[in-house]
Design a protein. Structure first.
Length: 261
């Protein structure tokens, strides 16, 4: 059984502020004081430690500096806040600086060995690992359909990440009748004991049939092959019950605070 307090400590120490040895082309990981700032993604990203060590006006200035940096670029930026971050008034200070919260998700962690079972798929559905632009474009089209928004940027994003680290970023599609009905990817974090599970969106008519669980199982198998001990997910309210039933443990919550130009 995973100890939630122990896993939260490991998550804070290993997953937060992680910088890849070879960032994807066009991505720039910058250490800015206590923060890691990522430039070159679909939107900017700020990954803080549990506590920046700053309070009051000093913290306000740090927040404003990040906002203004991306404002000068004409880009949106996300400041990722976890529920246990300090100081407790950090969300209010982000709000005051113009950042708007998006949906809160639950950070859950599971043991790769426990999750690495043979995928069980509904009749007519197959799983396939992909690494070509044409498949990433199909994934982006599926995501656009699911979310009723333009996700075309995802194709280039996945291609860039897979090209930079093909052993660390593994992308899977679930297909039925020649169509992508779900997709998900595993992101291994070398130098840590963790990998992240991302994606998992499924078109409406194929939900509730076990495809999401099958994608978790297959990615866990791939993680175990790499010697990765733990899987981490920022789980939506839809996916959290599935993951908890599989044995994932809740360790904290996370909310993206986003500033848009």
């Amino acid at each position: 059984m995973i100890d939630a307090a122990h896993m939260l400590s490991a998550y804070d120490q290993q997953m937060r502020g992680w910088i890849p040895a070879a960032p994807p082309r066009g991505f720039d990981y910058q250490q800015v004081g206590p923060l890691v700032r990522i430039v070159g993604q679909q939107r900017g990203f700020i990954d803080p430690p549990v506590d920046t060590g700053l309070r009051g006006r000093d913290l306000d200035e740090l927040i404003a500096q990040q906002r203004d940096f991306f404002a000068a670029r004409g880009e949106a930026v996300e400041w990722k806040v976890r529920a246990h971050d300090q100081p407790i008034d950090l969300p209010q200070r982000l709000l005051a600086a113009g950042f708007i919260p998006e949906d809160t998700e639950t950070v859950v962690i599971g043991a790769s060995e426990q999750m690495a079972t043979d995928p069980v798929l509904p009749s007519g559905v197959t799983l396939r690992e992909v690494a070509e632009r044409v498949d990433f474009e199909r994934i982006a089209a599926m995501e656009s359909q699911v979310w009723n928004a333009d996700w075309s940027w995802l194709a280039e994003d996945l291609l860039t990440r897979v090209t930079a680290a093909p052993e660390d970023v593994r992308v899977l599609v679930a297909e039925a009748e020649g169509q992508v009905v779900s997709a998900a990817w595993l992101v291994v974090k070398p130098g840590t004991g963790f990998a992240g599970l991302w994606g998992g969106s499924t078109v409406s008519q194929w939900r509730g049939r076990g495809i999401y669980r099958a994608l978790v199982a297959r990615r866990a198998q791939l993680a175990l092959q790499r010697g990765v001990r733990y899987l981490q997910v920022d789980a939506s309210d839809d996916s959290k019950p599935i993951l908890v039933r599989l044995g994932f443990v809740e360790v904290t919550a996370t909310t993206p605070y986003v500033w848009n130009p």
